[in-house]
Design a protein around this ligand. Sequence first.
Ligand code: AKG
Length: 277
Amino acid sequence: MGDKLSVQQIEQYRDAGWVSPVPVMSSDAAATARSKLETHEATLGHPVDASQRSKCHLLFRWVDDIMRDDQVLDAVEDLIGPNILCWNTILWIKEPQTASYVGWHQDLAYWGLDNDELVTVWVALSPASEASGCMSVIPGSHHQLLQHDETWNKDNLLTRGQELSIDPAEYPIVAMALEPGQASFHNVRSAHGSGSNTTDDRRIGLSMHFMPTHTRQKLSDWDSAALVRGSDDYGHFEHSPQPMHDFDPVAVEFHRRASKALRDIVYAGTEPDTTTL
Ligand SMILES: O=C(O)CCC(=O)C(=O)O
């Protein structure tokens, strides 16, 4: 066992599909990560765009470090066991006073995975409050897959603008507000979403998507993931390289291939008119 989460937290995750807040890094470490991101953005002259937000552990060494940190992995091990792959990492950025939001959705509907064991760890690199558009979850929603509509709404940060075809107001929603360095954990089938950022600060989160090594990808013959703990007796995913530094050419080239495969998976069966991934 990783021995990070309490028995009560593990039971809550199993019963309700989420647990939050869990401290996984100090507020200073979160501030350092934010400043590395923003130093990079200063050299770009604009916020990181879609091409660098997904699978970002292959581009930024500091993301790879957070993804492999024991404080994160001990908690993940408590939930899915000792042999762990990280399938994806995503930077979720809502600029101050902007309309961007995340529609209510369940990730398993779009990720092509053959089981419901994946756990998302979402760590706050800036304050995630209800005013800045923190994530909310519907407790217990991980027990069944619900119907989604695809709106392609440009303000919806999801790939297809997907939205659950339910009225969330009829459910007991829990807002998972986080201070920098705290994380929320939710199951791949938990219904979750978030509102827009009405504050003057950016809302920056890093999500990391961990799954047991026996998981398979159903929508592609080839997919990749980072082996972050234990061993992989299955080989269903090609193991991605660990970058030695930011924009390590070997990892950047792998990112190109891995991002293409990921796009094909999350847009499977559609003719996308936008690429928000
Ligand atoms: O950042 C958000 O508000 C939503 C993130 C999300 O949907 C996820 O991490 O699964």
